[in-house]
Design a protein around this ligand. Sequence first.
Ligand code: F6R
Length: 232
Amino acid sequence: IRIEVVKNKKEGGKVAYRLIKEALEEDAEVFGLATGSTPETLYKELRESDLDFSDKIAVNLDEYIGLASDHPQSYHSFMQEHLFDSKPFKATYIPDGTAKEEVEVERYDKILEEHPIDVQILGIGTNAHIGFNEPGTPFGTKTHKVKLTEDTIQANKRNFDSEDEVPGHAYSMGIASIMAAKKIILMAYGENKAEAIDKAVNGPVTEDVPASILQNHPDVVIVVDEEAASRL
Ligand code: F6R
């Protein structure tokens, strides 16, 4: 794991942007994308750049179950607003939060098989989840339905009018699918991510700390601000 410590989230976005630019120069075609507050500055850099994604494919990590794609808090809406409206891709895939589990899991795994990910963008939960793979998720898991933990619901309620409105479940790409990406860029900012980053990088590789599996991946860059790096 290569660690890049930056001053703040804005600088982190610039570092991640340069890594994406390099990947494009090496003909990366399929980009695994994340939502949440962490990648916001990266997406801003991409929106304001002249990079061209019109022959590229985006495959997102996850979506809330029960939210239609046009719901303002859906990850579909997030991606439209933060990236896809200004940077069109040849194709974009996000799990369908209104589809039935059996159907959606199979559909999404097929998409991932057909479009192996070249570069995967990740954030990390305070409990070290990646995608919505919460602690305890077997490392071999592919796309699956997830019951969000109380930690995650608390962390995500800021985007909703009230806690009751945060969906309790999501569809998420599995850890096996994330690990199949050729290159992984994980970003983390702020003191509340420091413990998760330390455990992910220095702790034992264990399903209790989903991000610890990244120690077994050959090409991971972690971009952290000084606060998130403070326990390393
Ligand atoms: C989002 C995702 C999650 C987030 C994580 C951190 O698609 O898969 O793993 O990356 O919950 O969220 P933020 O960036 O909002 O702190």
